[in-house]
Each structure stands twice: as C-alpha cells, then as structure tokens.
Design a protein around this ligand. Structure first.
Ligand code: XMP
Length: 509
C-alpha cells in the first residue's frame, strides 16, 4: 500500500488513482499524519502531493518531520518536492512569474524513476515557487529550460522530488514514472484489485456498524446506489434507505428510483415528499452558493426527521466521491481551495447526530461504476449520468420556481431522450439542459417572441475533475434545438456550451 499525503492539491486523488491503475492500493491521508500512525499503517512508500501553498508561508501545510526518519521511499511532487527539499537542507524561491503548461524535460542522470523513458519527454508544470538549491545529499536527475531542478534524488536514501506533475495525462510517461516509483523504488507487486476493495469495505462497514442501524441517503444515482449495495451486502437488514423528493429531480426520476429499488435491494425504503418545503426556502434566491447551502440544510433536516423515526440509527452512509470532497475545500478542514460547495459535503452541520460512512470517498466515478457492475447492479443504474445533489436548482439559473423547473425538466428530458436515441448516451459522460435567466427576441409564425434560453451541456470526462465539451453531431444538436423550441413553452432559443473544465465547471452554478 502507498499513502498519498494531501497538501491541498486538486490532484491528490488523481495521484492515488494512477497508483491504483498499477494495481497497487493507494489511500489519501492528511498531510500532518503522525509518523507513528504511518508506522502502524506500514505502507511501502509515501507520495507528497502538490498544493496551493508556498513553503514560505507561516501557515503552510507541513508534514511530521519524523517521516523522514522512517526510511520509507518518498516521492514529493511540486509543493511536496519543495517541502522535502527545504526540510532536507535545500532552498526554495518564489519565482517572478508562475510557470503553467507544458515543458520539455531532459534526463541528466539515469535512475530507477525514469527507467524505460526516452532522454527527453514532455512534462506538465503548474507552480509558483521552485527549488533553486539542493543540499549536497541530493543530486539532479532532470531539468527543463526554466527549471534546472525539475527532478532530484537523495544520494543515499530513496527520496525523490519532481517539480512537474506525473499524475496528469499531459506529462507523457507520467504513469510510467509513478509505476517505477511504486514498483521499482517501493517494491510493490501490483496484485491489488477493485474486488479486494469491495470485500475490505464490506468487512469494515460490518465491523464499524456492529448491531446498530445505518441510514443511507439514496438519490438514484450510481454513487448512492453503489453505497446502498455495499451496505446491503454488509449489514442488509440493519439498513434503511431514505429518498428525499426535493422537487428538483429530473423527469420521472423519483418513480424510476422507487421501481429499481424494489427490484434490487432488500432494505427498507422511506420516501420523504418535501417539494414544497424546498421550493419555499428557495423562493427568490439566485446566488448559487446560497442555493446549495439552503438545499443542503433542508436535505439534512428532512433526513434527520425521517431518521428519528428509525430506532437505533447511529450511522449515515453517503456516496460522496473524492471530487466532491476535494472541490468542496479538501478533507473537511484540509488545505485545498474551495471551488464549489457540494451539498453532501459542505452542508453538513457540525452537530450531526450520525457518524458518517462514506465508502466511496477515495474513488473516482469510473471506479465506482466498475464496482457497481461487480456488485451486480444493472447497467441502467451503473451508467446513469451523474446528477448534482442540489439537482435542477443549480441548472435553473436565477430564481427557482415550480414553473421554471417544469420548463427545464421538459427541455432536459428532450436532451437526454435524443442523445439516447442517437446512441450517444454512453459516449458522453454527462449531458443536460440549463435554463438561463435571459430573454431574447425571436419570431414564431408572424409574431415577435421574447422568451428564455436553454443551454445544452454535454461533456467528455473520465474523472469529472477535468472535462471537455462533447463533439455531438450537428444533426443531433439540431434535433434537440428544434424539439425544445417547438415543444417547450417559454423557450425560443437553444445554445450549446463549448467550454472545457477548467476554466469552466461542468455545472453552470
Ligand atoms: P462541476 O460543476 O463542479 O461538477 O464541474 C463536477 C461533477 O460534480 C457534480 N456536482 C455535484 N454533485 N453535489 C453532488 O453530489 C453537488 O453539489 C454537485 N455539484 C456538482 C456535477 O454534476 C458533475 O458531475
């Protein structure tokens, strides 16, 4: 096993995932994990992630200095490298201009980390500071034009530093470098599988829950369904699932979830009808973060009320994925910058009476899908496009009203229906409609119209951390637009969103 110490990187989980792709288990831990705890876990090696901080800041995230005495292999990436080098006698300087983007890296000394690589390869840089001097204990392994110390190694110990990011696909041979680290340097065999993860997780849940009862929030999406499947394997009859109908779901979704549930799960299902409550609280609210907070709060209230009806309920299970965690500001109080408040993470009150179970917290979406298939869930659930917790509220830009939601729901159903019909549903990762609070002029028949706009969004992505817009065929886009304008009252214009993430996000709010 490998531990990835998270110094607030948007990429910490990507590092863990690249390691798991080598069939070596990797888990993320806080950057300040005590050396003693690391000894108990007994990993084969440590990877220090990057992060937005500078080692010169007073409050920058540090690691336990005793980690360097454990004689474990360490790979520091970006900020992780700067921290390692500074801790072991090197010097880090803040550069005048940040370096962001591709660079050509030349190997200066053959070594285990770069085994099997050509002498020159492309790397991805994203940093403000860089290491400008290393102690005599270190040697330079590779350089780029603007970064002479792009890769370094301790002369006597298995400690490495990389200024570039091997975990992103823009670094050619990045996976090879990580594979070399975990296999050649750390000596991992590469025999771990996702099925091991399922078995271990089921056993862990069983042990943690004991004879108590667990409540599981069900949304119908793949994440909560896989969570429910793990629970029903682990502690089936002690589980009660709660589905909150917040009035913000896609068309027909609640009914289909109830139907699927009765087919595939043997646990209780409680459906809370709370549409009015959500819409009343959202009335007049247009700020995206505010919407998320309100929805998160009411969601938890509904949950708590329903849960109170279930005796001996001590645990709350959620299908939180790593991207939700990281984009909501890292590991609860971790160092990553907040991009969006995901309601299932950011909205949890401090005095929650439940203990949380988040079995998917370390996984990416595609890993969850694989797991779902292994657990025997139907393809209909496993391949359903993800849907945000705050639902259509964050796709109904501006005020959220029952009428506007209905317009959006109709448009969204057309988008999904046409995409399925054209055989594109599995080729795109997520596709949906967004209702814009903008009126534009049109002409229908002989009359002038002044109505709202629907934006269509479809993206290709593996992990939802980065995404590109899907190259849907023009004919398909044409059919979607024609149908929406003809069939959905109040809409006279359809546009297609061609932004990538970053710098845009997938959702509009
Ligand atoms: P963004 O918009 O951040 O979305 O690029 C990335 C993925 O996360 C979904 N998403 C959410 N999921 N609660 C969730 O459970 C949320 O608050 C939330 N916001 C976004 C989004 O649909 C996409 O798949």
């Amino acid at each position: 096993k490998i531990l990835v110490l998270d110094f607030g990187s948007q990429y910490a989980q990507l590092i863990a995932r690249r390691v798991r792709e080598q069939n070596v288990y990797a888990a993320i831990v806080r950057h300040d994990i005590p050396a003693e705890r690391v000894q108990e876990i007994a990993p084969r090696g440590l990877i220090f992630s990057g992060g937005p901080a500078s080692v010169h800041w007073n409050d920058s995230p540090r690691c336990d200095p005793d980690l360097f005495q454990l004689n474990l292999p360490i790979l520091g990436i970006c900020y992780g490298m700067q921290l390692v080098c500074q801790s072991l006698g090197g010097k880090v300087e803040s550069q005048r201009g940040r370096e962001y983007g591709p660079a050509l890296c030349r190997i200066r000394e053959p070594n285990e980390l770069f085994e099997g690589l050509p002498n020159e390869f492309q790397v991805w840089m994203s940093h403000g500071d860089q290491v400008t001097a290393i102690s005599e204990e270190f040697t330079v392994l590779a350089s780029t034009d603007s970064c002479p110390l792009a890769a370094v190694k301790h002369r006597r110990r298995p400690i490495y530093g990389l200024q570039f990011h091997p975990e992103v696909t823009h670094t050619s041979y990045g996976s090879q470098i990580l594979a070399n680290f975990v296999k050649r340097v750390c000596g991992c065999q590469g025999t771990w599988k996702l099925t091991d993860f399922a078995e271990e997780t089921i056993a862990e849940i069983r042990q943690r829950v004991g004879s108590n009862r667990v409540i599981c929030g069900l949304s119908g999406g793949v994440d909560s369904s896989v969570t429910a499947a793990l629970l029903s394997r682990a502690v089936g009859d002690q589980t009660a699932c709660i589905l909150v109908d917040n009035g913000l779901m896609r068309r027909g979704e609640i009914e289909s979830v109830i139907e699927e549930f009765s087919k595939h799960f043997k646990t209780d299902l409680h459906v809370v009808r709370a549409e009015d409550r959500f819409l009343a609280a959202l009335a007049g609210v247009t700020d995206p973060q505010e919407k998320r907070k309100i929805i998160g709060r009411i969601f938890i209230d509904c949950f708590a009320e329903e849960a109170a009806k279930i005796p001996r309920a001590r645990f709350l299970a959620q299908g939180t994925l790593y991207p939700d965690v990281i984009e909501s500001g890292g590991l609860r109080d971790g160092p990553a910058a907040t991009i969006k408040l995901h309601h299932n993470v950011g909205g949890l009150p401090q005095d929650l009476q439940f203990e949380l179970i988040e079995p998917l917290r370390n996984l990416f979406k595609d890993e969850v899908r694989q797991l779902g298939l292994q657990l025997g869930l139907p393809e209909e659930i496993v391949w359903r496009h993800p849907f945000p917790g705050p639902g259509l509220a964050v796709r109904c830009l501006g005020a959220v009203t029952k009428e506007r939601l209905e317009i959006l729901r109709q448009a969204d159903a057309i988008v999904v229906e046409e995409i399925k019909k054209a055989g594109w549903y599995r080729k795109t990762a997520q596709a949906f409609a967004v209702l814009l609070p903008v009126q534009t002029v049109g002409v229908m028949g002989d009359a002038r119209t002044y109505e709202e706009v629907i934006a269509v969004r479809a993206v290709d992505t593996e992990d939802f951390m980065t995404a590109d817009w899907s190259r849907l065929p023009y004919d398909l886009l044409g059919r979607i637009a024609t149908r929406i304008i003809n069939e959905v009252p109040g809409i006279n214009r359809v546009v297609y969103d061609i932004s990538s993430k970053p710098p845009a996000t997938i959702e509009w709010e």
